[in-house]
Design a protein around this ligand. Structure first.
Ligand SMILES: NC(=O)c1ccc[n+]([C@@H]2O[C@H](COP(=O)([O-])OP(=O)(O)OC[C@H]3O[C@@H](n4cnc5c(N)ncnc54)[C@H](O)[C@@H]3O)[C@@H](O)[C@H]2O)c1
Length: 240
C-alpha cells in the first residue's frame, strides 16, 4: 500500500520505518526540514533501539522517503497516518493545534487530488476530538462527506520510547476505530502480517453527538478495564 506518515517524531518515524520494512511504499512528511533531510540520508531523526539500521535499510531500498510537501505526499499515497504532536497545555488539556493544521492541509490537498483516500489519526486525543473537531475540518477542506468521499479512522499507538520498534511489531493489540467499514479495512490491511489481534469499533449513530468519544481515548482506559466494554460505553459498536 502507498502510505503517507505525517509527523516524523517518535511515533511517526517508527511507524514509517516499520511499515516500509513490511513492504509498504512510505512517504514521511514533516514541517521540520532537518528531520526530512535526515530521513532522506537514511538517518533516524530520533534515538531509539534498532531505528537507525531500519531507516538506513528502507531508505536504501527506496521503500521510505521524506518530504515537507503535503500535496506531493497526498498525490502519491492512498492512506495517511497522522502522527503529529499533541502536547499538554498548562491547564492539562491536550493541544490540538498541530492536528487541526495538518487535517486542513491534507483536506486541501485531497480536494485537488480527487479519488478516495483514508485519513488515519494515530496521535493521542481526548474524547470527541476526532468526530467533533477534526472530521468537520476535513470535510470542509475536502468539500465532501467523511466516510463517503474520504475515509477516516483512528488507530492509537501503543509504542513505548526505548522499545518502540519491538512494540510496533508486537503490540498488545491493534485498535481500529472506523467511521465506515472501508476505512477500517484499509487500516487492517496495513498491519497484515503483524501478529497482534485487531480490535475494531464503529460509531453507532450520527457522529457529531457531544457524548461520543474516540477509540483513542477508549483505548487509553483499556489498559485498566476492558477495551470492548469501554468502547461500548462510549457509543461505539464492536466490528472486529
Ligand atoms: N512518543 C511516545 O512515546 C508516545 C507515546 C504515546 C503517545 N504518543 C502520542 O503520539 C503523538 C506523536 O508523538 P511524538 O512523540 O511522535 O511527537 P513528536 O513531538 O516527537 O513529533 C511530532 C512531529 O510532528 C511534526 N509536525 C507538526 N506539525 C506538522 C504538520 N502540519 N505536518 C507534518 N508534520 C508536523 C513535528 O515537526 C514533529 O516532528 C502525540 O499525540 C503523542 O501524545 C507518543
Amino acid at each position: 500500500m502507498r502510505v503517507s506518515v505525517f509527523g516524523l517524531g517518535y511515533v511517526g518515524c517508527v511507524s514509517a520505518a516499520c511499515l516500509a520494512s513490511m513492504g509498504h511504499e512510505v512517504i514521511g512528511v514533516d514541517v521540520n526540514q532537518v528531520k526530512v533531510d535526515l530521513v532522506n540520508e537514511g538517518k533516524a531523526p530520533v534515538v531509539e533501539e534498532r531505528i537507525g539500521e531500519l531507516i538506513a535499510e528502507v531508505v536504501r531500498t527506496g521503500a521510505l522517503r521524506a518530504t515537507h510537501d503535503v500535496r506531493e505526499a497526498i498525490a502519491d499515497s492512498e492512506v495517511s497516518l497522522i502522527c503529529v504532536g499533541t502536547p499538554s497545555e498548562p491547564n492539562g488539556s491536550l493541544c490540538t493545534t498541530y492536528l487541526e493544521r495538518v487535517t486542513e492541509e491534507i483536506g486541501a490537498a485531497l480536494a485537488e487530488r480527487g479519488g478516495r483516500h483514508t485519513v488515519v489519526f494515530r496521535s493521542t486525543m481526548l474524547p470527541g476530538t476526532c468526530l467533533n473537531l477534526l472530521v468537520p475540518i476535513l470535510e470542509k477542506n475536502v468539500g465532501g462527506t467523511a466516510g463517503v468521499d474520504v475515509g477516516v479512522a483512528v488507530n492509537p499507538e501503543f509504542l513505548r520510547e526505548g522499545t518502540s520498534v519491538r512494540d510496533f511489531f508486537d503490540p498488545p493489540k491493534t485498535v481500529i476505530g472506523e467511521l465506515d467499514a472501508a476505512s477500517g479495512d484499509v487500516v487492517a490491511a496495513l498491519y497484515e502480517g503483524c501478529p497482534a489481534r485487531c480490535s475494531g469499533c464503529r460509531s453507532r449513530s450520527p457522529r457529531r453527538s457531544s457524548t461520543r468519544t474516540t477509540p483513542s481515548t477508549a483505548s487509553r482506559s483499556a489498559s485498566r478495564t476492558s477495551w470492548a466494554r469501554c468502547a461500548r460505553r462510549s457509543g461505539w459498536t464492536r466490528t472486529r
